[in-house]
Ligand binder design. Sequence first.
Ligand code: ADP
Ligand code: MG
Length: 448
Amino acid sequence: MLPNAIKIWNDCLLEIKAKINRQSFKTWFKNTEGISVDSEKLVVQVKDQFTVDWLEQHYLVLIGDILEKILGNRLCITLAVDKGNGEFTYSTPTMSKYKLYNTETASEDRHLNPRYTFDNFVVGSSNQFAHAATLAVSEAPGANKYNPLFIYGGVGLGKTHLIQAIGHFVKEENKKKNVIYVTSERFTNEFIGSLVNNTTQEFNRVYKNLDVLLIDDVHFFSGKAGIQSNFFHIFNSLHQKGKQIVLTSDTQPGLITGLTERLLSRFNWGLVVDIRSPDYETRMAILKKKTEFQGIELPPAVLDYIAQNVNSNIRELEGSLIRLEAFSSITGKPFTVDLAREVVSHYRQNAPRTVTVGDIQKKVAEFYSMPKEAFAQKCRTKDIAFARQVAMYISRELTGNTLKMIGLQFGGRDHSTVIHACNLIEEKSRKDEMFKRSIEQLMGEIRN
Ligand code: ADP
Ligand code: MG
């Protein structure tokens, strides 16, 4: 039974691959596997529930058609997700959730950077969810429950890149789609211009007739009641018509100060996802991709040095590479770790201050009214252990240090202790909304 299921599904995958966008294939179908088959159904293992929902809504018909073509009869498909202990959750999707989206409208897009595509985006654990969500939205703009999609995260972590990738993807699939990418600042200026020129109606008409509105850096609306009110009406009009809205911001919606309650509630309607600082592996992957793209070859030790030391954001990583290349070609020095050290140190003097594990320990200790030295001690009282877990979790979220480095700074604990702490805090956040908010609040304060 088993090899048969594997073969059937692999044949099916080949057909799917030929029919859909490469990026979509990679995201939804990579690492799926046929596990069993009988005369009625084929059971396929997929990564998580998010993938189940997505396949159900968007690929069910395609998969059904292909299975019919391969086998000559129409099988049911059951999707299985490993619960983590070898047991599976099964779901057998039905057609009811399957939606198609309309594709006939006029077109307009602006200001897309040609480099900001899904192809050029390196996916790692810090941005994986944001990437999957943006891709989901690109495949079926408006026709999904991620409306609006709200992406937030610190500077230089790839928000603009991802939101623009949606624009490229949608236009590539269908030139007729009406897509606008606009920064909130530009949106505001255009709106003010329209007030001055008496063309507000025209301004609103353009925005209300979009298929996809991509609006970057909405924290810029903070405290601007007039523009918020106008945006609120545009938002409602698009949302009611099932048009897609994607927003980015430097913090989660609830932490944007001076946002009217009604706009805040709209921002929370769909899906809110964050992008975190990249971990070491992602930084390394990004460096490799960028060097390849620029056609420069760096020794592994140099790549490692940069990935270890430039750890706050991706814009900084790119900057260090550009400096390194410039330094080397101006001075004629080869790419060595010493040169990298020179470049990185110079770069870091000009870089914005980044969050360290020490900052986090200080803040968390204050929050729980305990001495920060207690983090490094062996002490096992429940309260201290808990505060330590919170601090470890926040360190993973905000610093980009490796788990090993984090553990070391908590009295030489090893990386599995850090993983354990992060899992516990994540689990508690899922169950306890109040707790989740207090942690987010704390993280917001540490970032600023
Ligand atoms: P943000 O809008 O969050 O401040 P950007 O989207 O402008 O950040 O990203 C900063 C730079 O880093 C851009 O040049 C972008 O292409 C690059 N970048 C960010 N994330 C990635 C990634 N995952 N893979 C490749 N390049 C990235
Ligand atoms: Mg940006």
